[in-house]
Design a protein around this ligand. Structure first.
Ligand code: B1M
Length: 246
């Protein structure tokens, strides 16, 4: 009788290879799975240089940039987002993971454009007029990008008019407003009013957040969604954009 050698590394590959759920739309070889997992893990550890090398290697081996984005980079960033929501990782880890994400996307962006891969949609984001706090806003931006959303960053001290006119000019499906001061959060109400005034309220969702902002404030000013953290903001924006596309 022949001896059988079962490679323990191959077992998970075989299982994954046979999965037919939503995540794995196509069957992948073990080698492809392995490099995608390596990209995701290097991104979670914030290893920007390794992410760049692996993404380049995956492209050289003929993998599609869309697969690398969805099953390597975005998969890794989703894990970071989930851990951030559960307070398992904190702002510095998210920042370095986002830097690694940017290193990877910079390499595949031109290839995605060549292949006509569309981003999920466009969002403009900013900290409201009179407010210069941008750490939370930048985190939201990174999480949005981590969901494959194109983000126009308007920076800080952004007027209601600027939010809405940018959304119209750039075709943004969502406006994201951040405020850290009780004295500036009312600008968010002006954003809602401006969108009404400019006749685009039914075309653009308005999301609000930041330390002093609450669900009841969001309801009172007639905004579309409040989320308490950056990862939930990205999930909500992705839902709005997907619903608008459907
Ligand atoms: Co300022 N500051 N600050 N500050 N500052 C606060 C906010 C304050 C609470 C400090 C305090 O008194 N305890 C207080 C506000 C009081 C109030 O209004 N209730 C305050 C004040 C008063 C001021 C000044 C007026 C001080 C002065 O000059 N007298 C001044 C205002 C300047 C201005 O904006 N015009 C001022 C200035 C500054 C610095 C420039 C020194 C600096 C900002 C640097 C920068 O951002 N580049 C600063 C900082 C750092 C803070 C604290 C210490 C930290 C804020 C922060 O970045 N947190 C803050 C005290 C504190 O919070 N402990 C304070 C980390 C960040 C990750 O959290 O932004 O809340 P946060 O984002 C979270 C969520 O809120 C959410 O996601 C993130 C987490 O996932 N989120 C969203 C944010 N935006 C979102 C949007 C969304 C969804 C979720 O959807 C669209």
């Amino acid at each position: 009788m022949k001896n059988f050698f079962i490679d323990p590394v191959a077992i998970p590959c075989i299982i994954i290879y046979n999965r037919t759920d939503n995540i794995m739309s196509e069957k992948r070889s073990c080698i492809e799975m392995s490099i995608l997992t390596d990209i995701s893990e290097a991104l979670q550890k914030g290893r920007a240089k390794i992410v760049s090398q692996l993404v380049t290697q995956a492209l050289d081996e003929g993998m599609s940039p869309e697969v690398i984005l969805n099953e390597g980079l975005l998969a890794g960033m989703n894990v970071v987002g989930e851990k951030f929501q559960k307070n398992e990782v904190f702002v510095p880890e998210v920042l370095i993971a986002a830097r690694a994400m940017n290193a990877g996307t910079a390499i595949i962006k031109p290839r995605l454009a060549e292949e006509g891969v569309e981003p999920l949609g466009k969002v403009c984001i900013g900290t409201v007029e009179g407010d210069l706090h941008d750490i939370g806003k930048n985190l939201v931006k990174m999480m949005l990008e981590g969901k494959g959303i194109e983000v126009i960053d308007l920076g800080t001290d952004v007027s209601a008019e600027k939010f809405v006119s940018t959304a119209i000019a750039e075709g943004c499906g969502v406006i994201c407003c951040s405020a850290l001061l009780t004295t500036t959060m009312n600008v968010m109400k002006s954003v809602v009013e401006k969108a009404n005034e400019m006749g685009v309220r039914d075309r653009v969702k308005i999301m609000v957040g930041g330390a002093p902002v609450t669900q009841s404030f969001c309801d009172a000013i007639g905004a579309d969604a409040y989320t308490s953290d950056a990862a939930s903001a990205a999930i909500k924006a992705a839902e709005f954009l997907a619903a608008a596309k459907a």
